[in-house]
Design a binder for this molecule. Structure first.
Ligand SMILES: C[S@@+](CC[C@H](N)C(=O)[O-])C[C@H]1O[C@@H](n2cnc3c(N)ncnc32)[C@H](O)[C@@H]1O
Length: 235
């Protein structure tokens, strides 16, 4: 089994099922690549990985959303949430638990997602019109309270191309959020500081009444990732 991993895709590995791990990072923003052994050693010693294993979360990323939501109160009972780039499912687990049975979580990813209670899943590439249409059909015009995007492209190792792909995903996620969010809904998106970041921030500020930046503790200092939170969609 081959699993391609980069800094920001951090499933809780079952080391037995993963025979090959490839670690890739954008060159200009992060430390040089490590061997898979080094990565695995750091991964298993990571306190958030250990906590996730203990508390039953599928990824350490769950703690990023938990921290942001504890501060910003995005996931209220009854909220309809769209989770873009959801696999392995940490954010969806957090969202489903917090919105409860009266809410709804629709998750989407290129990769399969093991079923999760309270989460509907669409597998596909968010950049494709047919997949977007599937997601829209699924929502049946229900106004969305929260769009969360933790999407990150597979890193090619060519920093400029990787950054451009990451920004493109963030832009598409914002377009979707602007179309489907309720007026008082919120949009949380992962972006990487680098080329295009300032323009994206400007764009978000022109479309949302309030834009805040979040760097939760589970987001490693050395990672250029930052989460932007837009609320109060402007018409
Ligand atoms: C950092 S992981 C998400 C982790 C997740 N938030 C969690 O808590 O478990 C990023 C995900 O984005 C997905 N992704 C990247 N490009 C995508 C695309 N074009 N369409 C859908 N998903 C995409 C990847 O497959 C990957 O699963």
């Amino acid at each position: 089994m081959y699993i391609f991993v980069h800094e920001d895709f951090e499933p809780i590995f079952n080391a037995v099922s993963a025979s090959v791990v490839v670690v890739q990072r954008p060159k200009d923003t992060m430390k040089p690549s490590k061997t898979s052994k080094q990565w695995m050693r750091e991964h298993v010693n990571d306190p958030f990985v250990q906590l996730a294993q203990k508390e039953g979360y599928r990824s350490r990323a769950a703690y990023k959303l938990l921290e942001i939501d504890t501060k910003d109160h995005l996931l209220k009972p009854g909220t309809v949430v769209v989770d873009l780039g959801a696999t392995p499912g940490g954010w969806s687990q957090v969202a489903a638990a917090r919105v409860g049975r009266g809410g709804k979580v629709v998750a989407l990813d290129l990769l399969p997602l093991d079923p999760l209670s309270g989460v509907d899943f669409i597998q596909g590439d968010f950049r494709e019109d047919a997949v977007l249409k599937q997601l829209e059909d699924f929502l049946q015009g229900k106004p969305v309270g929260l769009v969360i995007s933790d999407m990150a492209p597979n890193m090619s190792g060519v920093a400029s191309a990787d950054q451009a792909r990451a920004m493109h995903l963030a832009e598409l996620a914002m377009e979707f959020a602007l179309l489907h969010l309720k007026p008082d809904g919120s949009f949380l998106v992962k972006v990487f500081q680098g080329a295009g970041f300032e323009d994206f921030l400007k764009l978000m500020r022109s479309r949302f009444a309030k834009v805040a930046s979040r760097k939760p503790k589970a987001s490693r200092d050395r990672s250029s990732e930052v989460y932007l939170l837009g609320s109060g969609k402007l018409e």
